[in-house]
Design a protein around this ligand. Structure first.
Ligand code: AMP
Ligand code: MG
Length: 484
């Protein structure tokens, strides 16, 4: 304990005891700040300026716990690649909840903070490379305008972690609107005690959806809200070519933020079946399967909520199924509107879907780069690549231009719209690897350069140019790993 004044709530610990275990992070040998997100700290009014550098490193590593904090690890369950498992924070501990000046509540969580009762076989630790990877990709997602957990800091621990090799250890300090997952509701429903599920439902509604508090069927209302948020989130992922890679139910946050940046990666060449995760052999979490898997996860959420939806099981199932049936339609209309904006269309009309899918088919056929193709559409001088030189594309291009100029729509306004939704900089795998490799060797300059480029991803400029180039090999062979 310490005398530093950091006022944090821990409302989560008002839930029944089974939802968490109180414990402190396991102290690390020699914490040093590798990167601290000053901008984020300022934005949310988290003032650490009173701390000296050592105190700051100690606090962000979990070596120093402010007075009156009650750190805890969460219990949850989850379907991992379709198989149900009991889980929980095996290497994460929540320090508490910070309230921003505007009243927004954020969990502050350490990832890699040592073993917990939920660690199973794991060591509870994390390596520097993967924590910097989460930092850079989550911050890139934020700058792309996508709901996400945020990264506050990466702290090196001065310890070695043992994976396939010996690696430098680190802790990621992250922020989330909450860490309540679909898997938290699955965990609650396992107990088959209505008050337990009811407590979690009430807590979640109070924290995330206070406006539905007085609805007649709160459980169903929450299901509908989560469906909406997930449809929105996946639509964003599809927009920028983000592949989460491990959409297990424990990795789907109720608040609609992207969470768990293990094996995620961005697609270069457009191919709907793209998978990067080394263990996703069936393509369960492939790019184009993400909406399907989100729907599957939402069905698991609905199952967990059944006793709260209606006391009569049959009636509850009917209500839940009715809601779930709506997901496809909600997603489809969001996806169409989003793809429309990628092509500069303010409103999507009948016929536009064909225009959209034809372009995607051509991009697939000619192995076009997903990100660059949409930016190339607005360039005065289009590139001379296979796609742009093909007859099929030129015919499509003429139809698209006609469509844009229908109803006297001004081309400039379409292009402005396109520039605001089609990023020119994404965290390309080869650039991320390059930056991490240097960082692990002690040179953080490439990491900072990449981070700077990613902080303004819709802005075309000289500085960003190096980060826009796809990998030379096409990088279909790029692989990512879970549990790093
Ligand atoms: P993930 O696939 O990253 O969502 O991880 C699944 C579960 O494994 C989570 O509950 C993690 O807390 C746990 N886990 C991952 N890595 C470790 C580790 N090194 N030690 C203990 N638990 C871990
Ligand atoms: Mg996880």
């Amino acid at each position: 304990m310490s005398d530093i004044s950091l006022k944090l709530d821990s409302t989560y610990t008002n839930l029944p005891d089974i939802f968490y275990t109180e414990l402190s992070p396991v102290p690390v040998t020699n914490p040093e700040v590798v990167i601290f997100n000053q901008k984020l700290a300022e934005d949310i009014g988290l003032d650490l300026t009173q701390l000296n550098p050592q105190q700051k490193a100690d606090l962000l590593a979990g070596n120093l716990i402010p007075d009156r904090c009650t750190p805890f690890a969460q219990a949850y369950a989850g379907h991992q690649f379709g198989n149900f498992t009991m889980l929980g924070d095996g290497r994460a501990i929540i320090l508490g909840e910070h309230l921003s000046a505007s009243g927004k509540r954020f969990d502050i969580q350490y990832k890699g903070s040592g073993r917990t009762p939920y660690s199973r076989g794991g060591d509870g630790r994390a390596a520097l490379g993967p924590m910097l990877r989460e930092y850079i990709i989550s911050e890139a997602m934020h700058s792309l305008g996508i709901p996400t957990t945020r990264s506050l800091a990466v702290i090196s621990t001065g310890e070695i972690v043992y994976r396939e090799n010996e690696l430098p250890g680190a802790i990621l300090t992250r922020m989330a609107s909450s860490h309540i997952r679909v898997g938290t509701f699955q965990f609650a429903s396992l107990h088959q005690e209505k008050p337990i599920c009811q407590a979690l439902l009430d807590y979640t509604i109070n924290r995330h959806f206070p406006d539905i508090q007085d609805n007649e069927n709160k459980a169903l209302s929450m299901l509908n809200r989560v469906m909406e948020l997930q449809a929105e989130l996946i639509t964003h992922w599809m927009r920028v070519g983000f592949i989460h890679g491990v959409m297990n139910t424990d990795n789907m946050a109720i608040c609609g933020e992207t969470i768990d940046y293990g094996p995620c990666a961005f697609m270069d060449v457009f191919d709907p079946s793209t998978v990067f995760s080394s263990i996703d052999h069936q393509g369960r979490y492939a790019y184009a399967n993400q909406p399907v898997m989100a729907h599957w996860n939402l069905a698991r959420l609905a199952e967990s909520l059944l006793p709260l939806i209606d006391e009569q099981r049959e009636a509850a199932i009917e209500l839940a199924e009715d809601s779930l049936k709506g997901f496809e339609k909600i997603y489809k209309s969001k996806w169409l509107a989003m793809m429309g904006t990628k092509l500069g269309l303010q409103d999507v009309e009948p016929g536009d879907e064909i225009l959209i899918t034809e372009l995607l088919d051509l991009m697939h056929e000619y192995s076009a780069d997903y990100t660059n193709t949409f930016r190339d559409l607005i360039k005065k001088e289009p590139p001379s690549n296979k796609l742009f030189l093909s007859d099929g594309f030129n015919q499509w291009h003429a139809r698209w231009k006609n469509r844009l100029q229908e109803k006297n729509q001004v081309l400039e306004s379409s292009f402005a719209l396109m520039s605001s939704v089609n990023p020119c900089v994404i965290p390309r795998n080869h650039k991320v690897e390059e930056a991490l490799h240097s960082a692990e060797g002690g040179n953080l300059e490439p990491f900072h350069n990449l981070l700077t480029a990613l902080s303004d991803p819709y802005q075309e400029n000289e500085r960003n140019h190096a980060f826009q180039l796809p990998p030379e090999s096409g990088a279909k062979t790029y692989q990512t790993f879970c549990g790093t």
